[in-house]
Design a protein. Structure first.
Lengths: 121, 110
């Protein structure tokens, strides 16, 4: 069965960076686009970016351009999202998610369990 | 991109139908048939309910349906059940590999 297992909760100080991992299993990792979505406490979902199946191409939401880096390690079927220059407003649950089909439908039918990142001095 | 517009809340009694709207622009919802809907219960990850405007993933009850007219997409839940009470989010492709979410709608089953 498809599983996306994310790394554990993080507490960071303002200005620091955080790197969240998402280990995939149960499907061919190199066949699907992968996404990152975050959700601040009590707030809605926010799309952060997408990485293509090979990991050679990424697109980031304009809001995060210059601060976010998404990578994928095909040897370990693991996805990574690094966010730098953290500020308190980055406190959120960060989710990785997989596209519904290999054709890239821009919809997410498998999600990680979420990783809480808390930014506090 | 600006967020898609959803009503903050919606409600209905068990057995009734409720429709949640998701309004975008001619650059996102109106331009592409890549509108998705997600259900999220408190403390849980979102669950895909509808993709490509009106397609249901395997396992999603046919009580859930999607449609689109112009720049507005809609999710209809028929035969409301208590377990349908949750937050619902739409999202749409906005071109150049960009996506945008709606602000979310809290559905209450009275």
């Amino acid at each position: 069965q498809v599983q996306l297992v994310q790394s554990g909760a993080e507490v960071k100080k303002p200005g620091a960076s955080v790197k969240v991992s998402c280990k995939a299993s149960g499907y061919t990792f190199t066949s699907y686009y992968m996404y990152w979505v975050r959700q601040a406490p009590g707030q809605g979902l926010e799309w952060m970016g997408v990485i293509n199946p090979s990991g050679e191409s990424t697109t980031y939401a304009q809001k995060f351009e210059g601060r976010v880096t998404m990578t994928r390690d095909t040897s370990t079927s693991t996805l990574y999202m690094e966010l730098s220059s953290l500020r308190s407003e980055d406190t959120a649950v960060y989710y990785c998610a997989r596209d519904s089909t290999v054709a890239n439908t821009f919809s997410f039918n498998y999600w990680g369990q979420g990783t809480l990142v808390t930014v506090s001095s | 991109q600006s967020a898609l517009t959803q009503p903050p809340s919606a409600s209905g009694s068990p057995g009734q139908s409720v429709t949640i709207s998701c309004t975008g622009t001619s650059s996102d919802v109106g331009a592409y048939n890549y509108v998705s809907w997600y259900q999220q219960h408190p403390g849980k990850a979102p669950k895909l309910m509808i993709y490509e405007v009106n397609k249901r993933p395997s396992g999603v009850p046919n009580r859930f349906s999607g449609s689109k007219s112009g720049n507005t997409a809609s999710l209809t839940v028929s035969g409301l059940q208590a377990e349908d009470e949750a937050d619902y989010y739409c999202n749409s492709y906005a071109g150049s590999n960009n996506l945008v979410f709606g602000g979310g709608t809290k559905l209450t089953v009275l």
